[in-house]
Design a protein around this ligand. Sequence first.
Ligand SMILES: [Zn+2]
Ligand SMILES: [Zn+2]
Length: 425
Amino acid sequence: MQWSWGRLMLGHDLPEELDEFLAAREDELIAFRRDLHAHPELGYHEHRTTSRVALRLAAAGLRPVILPKGTGMIVDIGDPSAGDTLVALRADLDALPINDEKNVSYRSTVPNTCHACGHDVHTSVLLGAGLFLAGQAAAGTLPGRVRLIFQPAEEVPGGALDVMAAGGIASVDRIFAVHCDPRLEVGKVGTRTGPITAACDKIRVRVSGPGGHTARPHLTADLVYALGKIVTELPAALSRRVDPRSSLSLVWGRVSAGSAANAIPDDGVAEGTVRCLDDEAWHEAPDLLKALIESVASAYGVIAELSYQRNVPPTVNEAVSTAILETAAAQVLGHEAITPSPQSLGGEDFAWYLESIPGTLARLGTRLPGSVEDFDIHQATFDVDERAIGVGVRLMAATALTALHAGGPPVPDQVPDTPRLSQRA
Ligand SMILES: [Zn+2]
Ligand SMILES: [Zn+2]
């Protein structure tokens, strides 16, 4: 970061306070994570997980509010009289429909369900950060309020939309989250301004025509030829109609039409995915694809219908929030902990929050230093170096405090906006 956040630096005793907190609580948080790991629950079924988290928060004197669908919760820390700023920290609770293939004491006890995306770690980190911040609030040293969001169903996805529908971010100034990164060593934090995860939508194109004999394609509509044109010309046309820096890419996964060599079929279908790193291009993609498909189809006399299934937008990290998180990381983890994170073509429903309010998603290193095993998330053997939980607690607690000291918008004017395609040189 080229600009200075000196005025946001917190008291020099924060790292020591966090050391003290973790000396007392780290083992409990690791045990909490192992308990969640052994009892994973799929999206919208996180009842046990929700109740474990809620009980622990209530034991610390907090008042969690369960979301309307019965899983996930929101809990506010601090008194509005301490300041107007409200900063949110978010974790996700759900596991994946994958069988746990690890041989560890905390292996999943539920067949075909596993915390293979590290959401048990995110939940334990947020619990730890919340307990620390509750202590700060009790001591009268929290300069505003912090909202913990334990959301359900990130993998489904859509839990973020439930939080938003319940008013979970209505008065929130900034929002922060971390996601486990098994390629990054424990102790490291990956940050990025601008898009950090991608959009991935599904499309289905159905083509129909009158059908007929292959001897007389001129008397009907040559449906297979038209479908072939759509399949080959659409990706090429997109690359000339969309800014190449948005990395919008259409790749087909299934094409199907016809049943006999000498019969022109009356319908056919092509299915594929649209991935995109840029928010504006993602918003424009459905209309653009529809227009391109119709123009190719009409040239060959067939009718084409597009079904466009939206997944999540790209997660576009905002610059000020990213700088706040980096300032906090430098203070409690050291400058050397911060490393630039590459864009991922994976999706993350945290993106929905960032469509409405500023915030940032950081990568939390979970790789055991010197390990020869190459874990990836969504793998049946995925596991973490559990020291990442303590790192995450330090980062999230310090980020919330730094963001409260920074206050809500308006943002300091020396900080550039999040780069968008239209603003990039
Ligand atoms: Zn995942
Ligand atoms: Zn995940």
